[in-house]
Design a protein around this ligand. Structure first.
Ligand SMILES: Nc1ncnc2c1ncn2[C@@H]1O[C@H](COP(=O)(O)OP(=O)(O)OP(=O)(O)O)[C@@H](O)[C@H]1O
Length: 550
């Protein structure tokens, strides 16, 4: 007879959950059980219903009649706000912290309303220190949290939920918390999740990154088209099986197109500065995919906006095929042959009231020089192939953008830039929030762009992504490109260690990658000479020939 232990008690039990929006059934008869002391991953393509499920749980949407749920065995009124006593915490991508406040005040925001407002400042500080120490969160409680890393902020938001629930939330719901965290901060966050799991918290974890399921998950539920397809222990899963469940068919392998062996320099940035960037210099050749990475604050996420001219430059020169690219004139940069997709695609570059097709084919962004404006029929014709290629759901070019899921909106805005015949594509975080299938499709598009003798520069905090697609990776620290890693030197461990490596302020490297006269860099290139920093980490190989969604 089997002596297998009985499953842990059910914290959240959802049965027959359905949600129908006008003209769209987002969830259909979903059952879900999340147990005490487990990390339960919720996966599915963009538009499969994950956010809707969480929003119903949080009381933001009212579900269809017939939907039911229990929390710790007690019926839960779906569609009503969760009360404090129910001890459910939601960590959304917008963490809801006040960045000008320090950790003590941010923690107090959650607990003051818990009736502890009489605590003195000193006692509050001590309580915050105790909590942070207990959860092993390294964070100075007295400093404004705008100075903290994104990973520390995420953990602080979780700590606040812990404080507000007297030590352990019954249920912690995390909605893609790692979307823009560098690898080592992801590891720290997973450490915290494991500690809460040990306290008996049930964790519902939404992610698109399959490797995270294997790193931290106990069980996994897959949604497809609003239906629950499967719930299984992670140990019964492998990568391909998971992909099959998510997309409903065999995954297509990612086979990067072979780049042309170009020697022509397309893009040259020299001494570009502005914002957090003190010196960004790079030369990009035809046929190359170049990555830029670093910690938040290193300037890596501002470098491409400065290069394109979307951000004001304090200094520096940018040329495309020898022609100067001036700052502050995105229209001219586009005409010259550069396209730029910022990371904040929703905030910066969509018109939510417009349709999908209008957002993809925004006037003034012609794919061919002739047509500055397309009629609705031509727009549909132009957009449909991208909807198919990136598997945008619903596949309706006339759907209002606001009614699409976050990831599907991301895909469309990215399509807007990828469909331009730009000589150089600049993309900030191209796959953040995008599902595994579309991520592979985007990598294919980028490889195709390079193979045509054009070029791509992408900034990313995802080391696996950089390994999978880049020919070269520039690592920025303190506003300056400090290391250039060539294809043969790319590994997750190497990128992580170069990203977090402490460097003396005057430490500099030749970082243009190709042109030694471009900037005043006298120290040797670390990518070639210094391997010491990476050695303490497991050196995982690059995944360039493996499905990049993994
Ligand atoms: N307010 C709304 N009105 C109409 N349709 C909606 C609304 N919100 C979501 N939908 C639709 O419901 C479906 C599920 O969307 P949901 O946001 O739950 O997906 P998701 O799995 O969270 O996607 P992503 O990974 O992109 O965040 C999608 O087809 C979406 O277009």
């Amino acid at each position: 007879m089997s002596t297998a232990a009985a499953p842990a008690r059910t914290v959240l039990g959802i049965s027959s959950l359905s949600k129908t929006f006008p003209a769209q059934r987002a969830l259909a008869d979903v059952d879900l059980e999340v147990r005490a002391g487990e990390v339960h991953c919720l996966l599915g393509q963009n538009g499969s219903g994950k956010s809707t499920l969480i929003k119903v749980l949080a009381g933001y949407h009212t579900p269809d009649p017939g939907s039911a749920a229990t929390l710790n065995g007690v019926p839960l009124a779906l569609g009503s706000r969760i009360t404090r006593e129910q001890a459910v915490a939601f960590i959304h991508q917008d963490l809801g912290l006040v960045t000008e406040f320090d950790a003590v005040d941010n923690l107090a925001l959650g607990s003051r309303y818990a009736g502890r407002w009489w605590l003195s400042e000193r006692r509050e500080l001590r309580a915050a220190q105790r909590l942070l120490a207990e959860l092993e969160i390294e964070l100075d409680p007295g400093r404004p949290i705008r100075e903290a890393t994104p990973g520390q902020r995420t953990m602080l938001a979780i700590a606040r939920a812990v404080a507000a629930t007297d030590g352990a939330p019954a249920l912690l719901v995390l909605d893609e918390p790692t979307a823009s965290l560098p690898q080592h901060q992801v590891e720290q966050l997973f450490g915290l999740m494991r500690r809460l799991r040990e306290r008996g918290t049930a964790v519902l974890y939404v992610t698109h990154r399959l490797r995270e399921v294997f790193a931290v998950g106990d069980r996994v539920t897959v949604l497809r088209d609003g239906r629950r397809i499967s719930t299984e222990p992670v140990e019964n899963m492998d990568h391909d099986k998971l992909i099959r469940l998510i997309i409903g068919r065999e995954p297509a392998g990612f086979a990067p197109a072979l780049p042309t062996a170009g020697t022509e320099t397309l893009l040259k940035a020299t001494g570009v500065s502005g914002g957090q960037v003190a010196d960004f210099s790079v030369q990009v050749r035809a046929g190359e995919i170049v990555g830029v990475t670093g910690l938040v604050g290193s300037g890596f996420d501002q470098a491409l906006g400065l290069t394109f001219g979307a951000r004001p430059r304090a200094a520096g020169e940018v040329t495309l095929g020898g022609r100067p690219i001036v700052a502050g004139r995105p229209d001219r940069s586009i005409d010259a042959g550069i396209a730029y997709a910022p990371a904040d695609r929703k905030g910066l570059s969509t018109i939510q009231e417009w349709t999908a097709r209008e957002n993809v084919t925004l006037p003034r962004l012609p794919a061919t020089r002739k047509a500055r404006w397309l009629g609705p029929r031509a727009e549909r014709r132009a957009v449909r192939p991208w909807i198919r290629r990136l598997n945008v759901m619903p596949a309706d070019p006339d759907r209002q953008l606001a009614l699409l899921s976050g990831g599907n909106q991301q895909k469309l805005v990215l399509a807007r830039w990828m469909r331009l015949d730009a000589k150089v594509l600049l993309l900030d975080e191209p796959t953040s929030g995008v599902d595994a299938g579309a991520t592979a499709a985007i990598y294919d598009v980028l490889a195709g762009v390079a193979a045509e003798g054009r070029a791509v520069v992408l900034s990313s905090s995802d080391a696996e992504e950089l390994c999978a697609v880049c020919d070269r990776v520039l690592v920025m620290r303190q506003g300056v490109v400090r290391t250039v890693l060539a294809k043969q030197d790319l590994s997750v461990a190497r990128i992580v260690s170069e990203t977090i490596r402490d460097s003396a302020p005057d430490d500099s490297a030749d970082c243009s990658g190709t042109d030694h006269s471009a900037a005043d860099h006298s120290a040797p290139d670390h990518s070639v000479t210094d391997h010491s920093a990476a050695d303490h980490q497991e050196d995982r190989p690059c995944l360039s020939n493996v499905d990049p969604a993994s």
